[in-house]
Write a protein of this length. Structure first.
Length: 97
């Protein structure tokens, strides 16, 4: 992956994380333990009175973007500023290559 693409993906992760926080989603980066034969994936969940998005901190940025976009999809994002690229990701199901 080129440095330019990696930098762009990291910026998208940061932007989507900030958007999630503005929508009252707590984004947590955790080390998710794995066992042989299990594919672990983070995502959005509700725990007690908190809305969370769990990201595996060892996950590739492209996967983090996918999980964050998925967590924001279906929420009212009209009042939240997102760059055109981030808004496209949230409104569609594909992640940039």
């Amino acid at each position: 992956m080129s440095d330019n693409k990696a930098t762009r993906l990291l910026r998208l992760v940061d932007e989507l994380t900030e958007a999630a926080k503005r929508l009252w989603l707590e984004v947590r980066r955790e080390k998710i333990l794995r066992e042989v034969g299990y594919r672990v994936r983070g995502g959005a969940c509700r725990f007690r009175d908190r809305n969370l998005v769990i990201l595996d901190r060892e996950m590739a940025p492209v996967e983090q973007v996918e999980i964050l976009a998925e967590a924001l999809r279906g929420r009212d994002i009209e009042g939240v500023y997102l760059s055109p690229a981030a808004r496209r990701l949230v409104e569609t199901t594909s992640v940039p290559n």
